[in-house]
Design a protein around this ligand. Structure first.
Ligand SMILES: NC(=O)c1ccc[n+]([C@@H]2O[C@H](COP(=O)([O-])OP(=O)(O)OC[C@H]3O[C@@H](n4cnc5c(N)ncnc54)[C@H](OP(=O)(O)O)[C@@H]3O)[C@@H](O)[C@H]2O)c1
Length: 271
């Protein structure tokens, strides 16, 4: 799609990004704003939200609003929806980015930690999608972009809960896309490989040594591919050629070969 026709469609409308202050969420917010979209930024750090709002307004001359909330709290997605309704923001893109990843042996994990991951990675985006879908369907063209991971086809031992949550995002997105085919709402799912965002990620990368650097991408690279893919209506977006190859391989390799291999490769996540 030509840049001008994309611009025409998105100007004056709002894109909502969850987990917008840091990492890939922040980079996707910058990418959307750079394309002329007005922004609704949702995260749990008021200071960082304020700073990002000021930056986006100044750099890209778009309207930018913020909503500070701990999304893992009961009713938080509903509160985000009510905020959008009260302000009548015409929303055309819902970018479900927020999520966390913890690794370690499942049996040694705190159940609280597993539940938190399931809430933040799954419950939040399901509720947001549910609340916003009717609003999005009223638009001439609208987008939902869900954050999965390369692990959607490569289930990682020692990251069993995280991998499970990302598989859920992937499967849900594929299914919803079909349901919404007759409508103007396009559903995309992004499946990045490792992205250098936070200290946790950096230590995992170091544990893997040189080979992980082959797959490693920076948040702004991923964000550009994600938003371009979303606006083109791509179903599955896998940033990076090597990652795309492994994603494909993950879907083709027999389980009896794939799983023992992954266990060996990711044993470093045990601790
Ligand atoms: N990084 C990777 O290698 C990678 C690869 C594939 C997929 N992903 C997925 O991409 C998404 C973003 O990952 P990232 O690495 O960019 O993460 P990140 O750097 O940790 O950023 C996450 C953002 O979400 C916010 N957040 C966290 N908990 C929240 C809560 N309870 N309520 C509201 N906001 C909250 C964080 O704010 P605070 O820090 O202030 O809490 C931060 O702004 C996740 O869904 C992740 O699973 C990441």
């Amino acid at each position: 799609m030509k840049r001008q026709s994309i611009q025409k469609k998105i100007n004056g409308n709002y894109a909502l990004v969850t987990g917008a202050c840091k990492g890939i969420g922040r980079a996707m917010a910058c990418e959307c704003a750079s394309k002329g979209m007005n922004m609704l930024l949702v995260s749990d750090d008021q200071v960082a939200l304020n700073r990002l709002m000021q930056d986006l307004c100044q750099w890209y001359r778009v309207d930018c609003r913020i909503f500070c909330i701990d999304l893992a709290k009961e009713q938080a997605p509903l509160k985000v929806f009510e905020w959008v309704m009260e302000n009548a923001f015409p929303i055309t893109a819902l970018i479900n980015n927020v999520g966390i990843g913890k690794s370690g042996t499942f049996s040694e994990m705190e159940i609280k930690e597993a539940n938190y991951m399931i809430t933040l990675n799954n419950r939040v985006f399901i509720e947001l999608t549910f609340y916003f879908l009717k609003l999005l369907q009223q638009q001439p063209k609208a987008y939902i972009l869900n954050m999965s991971s390369i692990e959607a086809t490569l289930p990682l031992p020692y990251k069993a809960v995280y991998t499970g949550t990302k598989n859920f995002v992937y499967a849900f997105s594929l299914a919803l896309r079909e349901e919404l085919k007759p409508t103007k709402v396009s559903v995309s799912v992004i499946c990045p490989g490792p992205v250098l965002t936070n200290a946790d990620g950096l230590s995992r990368m170091n544990a893997h040594g040189k080979r992980s650097k082959l797959l490693l991408m920076m948040p702004d690279q991923v964000a550009k591919i994600a938003i371009d893919g979303m606006l083109k209506g791509k179903l599955v977006i896998v940033p990076g050629y090597i990652n795309a190859f492994f994603f494909w391989l993950g879907s083709k390799l027999p389980r009896s070969i794939k799983m023992p291999l992954l266990e060996k490769l990711f044993r470093v996540y045990k601790t």
